[in-house]
Design a protein. Structure first.
Length: 448
């Protein structure tokens, strides 16, 4: 351990934490504080040069590297006894080019950083529903958000990656430089190096018709079938989700929603807002849809910000029939006894998400009509056990309608990574991993 200590601390100043150090427990804790990571060391590089030095030093010490921005999806990492957890949270620079309509975000930048930097220029990004998710991790794994049915996955809007390879070299991967690596990084996750910055296209969007439609969750049997049918035929310019929520009595939650069980359809419309009429005809008790600044969509979903103890599960659904809705409500609706905060969330896919992007990487599209996500709070061991049981129950109940594919950004446990890709893409990904990291120096949450 002396060798590790001297080599790593010499490269990264005092921003290295080893087991037994006063700051080790705080440093090893990810955004999802229910995940107990115990790496051989935690390092906080300040720039790409320090990342390169840390990769070389870890290799010399016989250790692997696990890059991590926020740690939202940390649970699949597994044991880290021989791993340096490389936290990129000190690298937060964001640059907007309003003429080219592009952004460059360093490895630790959050989506809220990009959204707020782009908005004064009348631009928006293909961000997701959580403002404090990291740009890089989200982009490596796919990325679905409020504009996705019109514009596709965020990963396929990426124009370049800067990364440190297993040899400790800083390279640029784009269509002209390292094209195989560029292809693999767009959807293949953190298996190929430590991404230190990403460049991607922005959209000329300054305002959006967005909001919530809210019912008591006892209306779900009436509303969800209509939403599911509507979602399949809705035009690409609308993207929504439907959620069954059990909201606690916390001051951070608006009083009208506090301590209630709700069915919420939220979303964004880039074209004619009349597309929502069939849903609005279902008499929601609250309809907040209006033309709003695009920057507000970063918090439209009201996802929790800051460290949160969470247990989650997900599945991709090839259909959502009346039988599948009945099955879902039996485990996640009224009278189900579920303990979950997000008893069930259904993301509307299709549109551009269901077609190969014109210029795509390893993940050209998502082969499902809906994405299912379910989540509970694990603030105590008892709550964690209940959340694990109930999230598992939801996913198991929907298994007959699952597509057989995984969306890795939502996969909060170890899964068969190959099921996220076509057979040809999987074989190409494995070959590129072997070419760029033959010794397996990098550990991603979903391993290729």
């Amino acid at each position: 351990m002396t060798t590790i200590e001297s080599s790593l601390r010499g490269l990264c100043g005092g921003a290295v934490h080893l087991p037994g150090d006063p700051g080790y427990d705080a440093a090893r804790t990810p955004w999802n504080v229910a995940v107990d990571l115990r790496p051989a060391a935690v390092a906080y590089p300040g720039d790409a040069a320090e990342v390169a030095g840390l990769v070389r030093a870890a290799s010399a010490a016989g250790l692997r590297i696990a890059p991590q921005g926020t740690g939202h999806n940390a649970a699949p990492l597994g044991p880290l006894d021989d791993v340096v957890l490389l936290r990129t949270s000190a690298m937060t620079g964001v640059t907007i080019d309003p003429v080219r309509r592009t952004a460059r975000a360093e490895a630790g930048a959050l989506w809220i950083d990009v959204v707020e930097a782009a908005a004064p220029h009348g631009l928006a990004a293909l961000h997701g529903s959580s403002p404090d998710v990291g740009v890089v991790g989200y982009s490596l794994g796919g990325g679905i958000g409020w504009y996705s049915r019109e514009h596709g996955l965020q990963t396929n809007s990426v124009t370049a990656f800067e990364l440190v390879t297993a040899a400790g070299e800083l390279v640029r991967a784009d269509e002209r430089h390292e094209p195989d690596l560029f292809w693999a990084l767009r959807g293949g996750g953190g298996n190929f190096g430590v991404v230190t910055a990403v460049e991607f296209d922005l959209l000329p969007i300054s305002t959006v018709h967005a909001g919530w439609l809210v019912w008591d969750w006892r209306e779900a049997a009436r509303v969800l079938p209509v939403w599911a049918d509507w979602a399949l035929s809705a035009p690409d310019h609308v993207t929504t989700s439907a959620r069954l929520l059990q909201l606690p009595p916390l001051p951070v939650i608006p009083e009208v929603f506090r301590n209630r069980q709700l069915l919420v359809v939220d979303g964004a419309v880039l074209g004619d807002p009349g597309v929502l009429a069939p849903l609005q005809a279902l008499r929601p008790e609250l309809d907040t849809f209006a033309q709003v600044p695009a920057a507000t969509l970063g918090r439209l979903h009201m996802d929790p910000e800051g460290p949160t103890p969470a247990i989650d599960r997900a599945a991709m659904l090839s259909s959502l029939s009346s039988a599948s809705i009945d099955a879902l409500l039996s485990v996640a609706g009224p009278d189900s006894g579920t303990s979950l905060l997000v008893a069930a969330e259904l993301r509307q896919l299709g549109g551009a998400l269901g077609r190969p992007a014109p210029r795509h990487g390893a993940l050209p599209q998502l082969d499902a009509d809906f994405a299912l996500f379910t989540c509970g709070i694990a603030a105590t061991p008892e709550m964690g056990a209940a959340a694990l049981a109930d999230t598992t129950r939801v996913v198991d109940a929907m298994r007959p309608w699952a597509s057989g594919r995984e969306y890795l950004n939502f996969a909060g446990t170890k899964v068969d990574t190959s099921t996220a890709f076509s057979a040809a893409a999987w074989q190409r990904l494995r070959a590129i991993r072997q070419a760029f990291d033959p010794a397996g120096a990098f550990l991603a949450n979903h391993v290729i």
